[in-house]
Design a protein around this ligand. Structure first.
Ligand code: HEC
Length: 221
């Protein structure tokens, strides 16, 4: 996220290593502990959706250095990885805190209409019923340039599904209404704040009407 800052810091740290020499003031088990902590911090950042691109490489280098007995080097690398993980986590949290919460129109309690209000954005679920809508919804869901839902979900007879998300079936049992299902696709973070599913509506990947058609398809599964 701040690659330039990261690189500069790394340079400083690596230069510092050259001067630090190899006077093993730290024990191997302390280094292992630090590496474990760094890994846990990165996992935490990753589950919050915010891990930086190169942090794992630092960790890998730290492990390699520890293996070679270059403990000071390992400490510096692992400390930097840990610091990056902590920053990335804080950053991701701040990002998600900006997502406005559901303000009005409790979408999904009952019935098939609802309004979501996110600050200035208002989105409306409108029921689009019938087999044509469901067929169009299936196409949108399967289309790699549209919903691309199969990248993460098993759905019906869809070919080559991913498994990052749960299989989409028995939607009627899992959502109180079509509007609630629609809201899940519009902005998944309403239900799971750390969701990695793209907010199809809020980011305008799909129009409100397209999401309604997908809902019609999913509701039939
Ligand atoms: C990048 C992966 C990814 C993509 C692409 C994706 N999803 Fe998801 N989806 C998830 C994950 C992960 C969950 C688990 C709960 C959560 O994080 O919201 C989920 C949950 C859901 C749920 C709730 C299931 C339940 O029973 O709780 C529905 C419905 C859903 N997705 C529909 C869709 C539809 C429709 C599309 C395509 C328009 C789609 N998803 C695309 C990852 C994805």
């Amino acid at each position: 996220m701040h690659p330039i800052m990261g690189t500069a810091l790394r340079t400083v740290l690596l230069t510092a290593t050259l001067f630090a020499g190899n006077s093993n003031a730290t024990t191997a088990s302390e280094v292992e502990q630090l590496i474990r902590e760094a890994a846990a911090t990165l996992d935490k950042a990753s589950s919050a959706g915010g891990e930086w691109r190169n942090s794992r490489k630092l960790l890998k280098k730290a492990r390699a250095a520890a293996k070679e007995g270059n403990l000071n080097q390992a400490v510096l690398l692992a400390s930097e990885a840990k610091r990056e993980g902590e920053l990335a986590y804080t950053q991701a949290k701040a990002e998600y805190a900006k997502i406005p919460t559901l303000k009005t129109g409790a979408v999904g309690t009952a019935g098939d209409t609802g309004t979501l209000a996110f600050g200035a954005i208002t989105a409306k679920y409108q029921a689009t019923t019938g087999p044509d809508a469901a067929r169009a919804g299936k196409e949108l869901a399967f289309d790699g340039r549209k919903g691309n839902c199969l990248a993460c979900h098993m759905i019906g007879n869809g070919v080559g599904p991913g498994n990052l998300g749960p299989p989409l079936l028995a939607m009627k049992a899992r959502f109180p209404s079509k509007a609630a299902l629609w809201a899940q696709i519009w902005e998944p973070r309403l239900r799971s704040p750390e969701s990695i599913m793209p907010p199809f509506g809020r980011h305008r990947i799909l129009s409100d009407a397209e999401i309604s058609k997908i809902v019609e398809y999913l509701w039939s599964l």
